[in-house]
Design a protein around this ligand. Structure first.
Ligand SMILES: NC(=O)c1ccc[n+]([C@@H]2O[C@H](COP(=O)([O-])OP(=O)(O)OC[C@H]3O[C@@H](n4cnc5c(N)ncnc54)[C@H](O)[C@@H]3O)[C@@H](O)[C@H]2O)c1
Length: 458
């Protein structure tokens, strides 16, 4: 048993006892985990990864080889950029075959699971190819970027037998699991409203705008690329679907707003005056992965943040009505000094609120303020655990690759419907901001909102 696995189980047992043990029911078997029992190979899981960028080689490739070798074999890696693929081969160190074509990899390696870490606008093609080859698919967020691609994924999921898992690692940090547990236990009654406000720091936003994330045709704007995490958190916390979205957004800092522009940072005559100058060559890993291979496909990692084709926004605000009648007041403000968020749940029996000030947080723990109706506020403290994304990544990887049948009492495992609903909230916001009108989720795909989220694709 790993440290993180142990910490999480102990955490759930401890907090469950404090809440009367109401959540320590037996394992909740999702549709996904039920179907995953149809693994083609016995013994170790056979895993292939498509998309050998920073996420594919780090969070999956090398981590799977180093930390999950007792449970799986990495049987193939794939990338359309031959130089990046060569670098990935040496960095990941699996010694497995490499492929530039996904179908060929699926045919030759016959994996149990395909991990999709390609560009967002390619996810649907890779997911559908995986399902067609009879493979379970683990897809990075966002599931996809527009409603037509959502529908293609829904149709393929219904048609083929295998499963899609969406890697919503934001559900897994122990301090968020604690909130889910309190809400599921009815600590604040029925939730009436949620206030949720997120800030992205200067450095983080700059990395988005330097890449494809700044272009709506590729990343779906941050309404989808980034906010899929946030909308999924709320869908999951509320256990309900969004119904209608009204939103505003703006692009005030990047793109054509800039005072000057050039091709990319490395060649820029404005480097000394630009607040967004970044030297990719100072980072060997990123240079070898991206800069050294851009002649193959023209993928520039240090693009100018003031290029004219940036149309992703840097200021977002939305009001979302949920099927269970809860209202969400949401904002995402980019390029601030602050990185983190503030969230508050107002319920019929009390209030729960918290603030996260960055990636690590104060003194290695997270505080929540819990105020039962008519009583004094009290602090609930949860320790951070080791690992990326506030300790959530290793817990999620354990569930996906080490023990897929691990009990899931907090419903942290996410599938197609979760992926689609989180993306649709962002797509609806994007459309609402563009049209000035509210947008109904039910008008976007065949999925209809439910007051309590079902497992099936209905
Ligand atoms: N959950 C999280 O917190 C988190 C964090 C970072 C990234 N991500 C997601 O991971 C994914 C990858 O992110 P990244 O930063 O590594 O991106 P990236 O652009 O650096 O890398 C993507 C790679 O995919 C390859 N590729 C694209 N389409 C392909 C195809 N059809 N077949 C084969 N290869 C293809 C590209 O050549 C590139 O090497 C994105 O969807 C992103 O949203 C999630």
């Amino acid at each position: 048993m790993t440290k993180n696995n142990f910490s999480r189980r102990r955490f759930i047992e401890t907090t469950g006892a404090a809440l009367g043990g109401s959540l320590i029911a037996g394992p909740v078997m999702s549709k996904a985990s039920a179907k995953s029992k149809k693994r083609k190979s016995s013994g170790k899981m056979k895993v292939a990864v498509v998309g050998m960028g920073v996420r594919g080689v780090g969070m999956y490739g090398r981590t799977l080889v180093r930390n999950y070798g007792d449970h799986l074999d990495l049987v193939g890696i794939c990338d359309t950029n031959p130089g990046r693929l060569r670098y990935a081969d040496s960095y990941v160190g699996a010694g497995c075959p490499t492929f530039s074509n996904l179908d060929e990899m699926l045919e030759k390696t016959n994996p149990d699971r395909l991990v999709v870490t390609t560009w967002d606008w390619e996810h649907h093609n890779c997911i559908i190819a995986g399902l067609q080859h009879g493979v379970d698919v683990v897809c990075e967020k966002p599931l996809t970027i527009d409603e037509d691609k959502c529908q293609q994924i829904i149709d393929a999921d219904k048609k083929y037998d295998n499963d899609i898992y969406v890697t919503f690692n934001y559900r897994y940090p122990p301090h968020r699991a604690k909130v889910k547990e309190l809400l599921m236990d009815g600590a604040i009654g029925d939730i009436r409203t949620v206030d949720f406000h997120w800030n992205i720091s200067h450095a983080h936003q700059m990395r988005y705008m330097q890449r494809w994330h700044g272009e709506s045709q590729r990343g779906g704007t941050l309404w989808v690329h980034k906010n899929t995490h946030h909308f999924d958190m709320i869908n999951w916390f509320l256990d309900s679907d969004p119904v209608e979205v009204y939103a505003h957004d703006a692009l005030e800092i990047f793109g054509s707003n800039g005072p000057f522009r050039s091709t990319n940072c490395r060649n820029c005559p404005h480097a000394d005056n630009c607040d967004y100058y970044w030297d990719i060559n100072a980072n060997d890993h990123l240079r070898q992965m991206y800069a050294d291979n851009e002649h193959y496909d023209g993928y520039i990692r240090d693009n100018c943040v003031f290029r004219h084709n940036i149309d992703s926004h840097d200021k977002h605000s939305a009001l979302i009505k949920y099927a269970n009648n809860a209202f969400l007041n949401y904002s995402l403000t980019s390029d601030t000094d602050h990185s983190g968020y503030w969230i508050a749940f107002n319920g019929t029996k009390g209030r729960l609120e918290g603030r996260e000030g960055g990636w690590s947080g104060p003194d290695g723990h997270q505080e929540w303020i819990y105020t039962p109706l008519g009583r004094e506020p009290r602090k609930i403290t949860v320790d951070f655990t080791e690992g990326g994304h506030w300790g959530g990544d290793p817990i999620m990887l354990d569930k996906l690759f080490k023990d897929p049948d691990m009990a899931d009492p907090l419903h942290q495992s996410a599938g197609t419907r979760d992926g689609v609903m989180s993306v649709l909230a962002g797509i609806a916001a994007r459309k609402s901001a563009a049209s000035g009108k509210p947008v109904r989720i039910a008008d976007l795909t065949s999925l209809k909102p439910h007051a309590k989220r079902p497992d099936e694709l209905i």
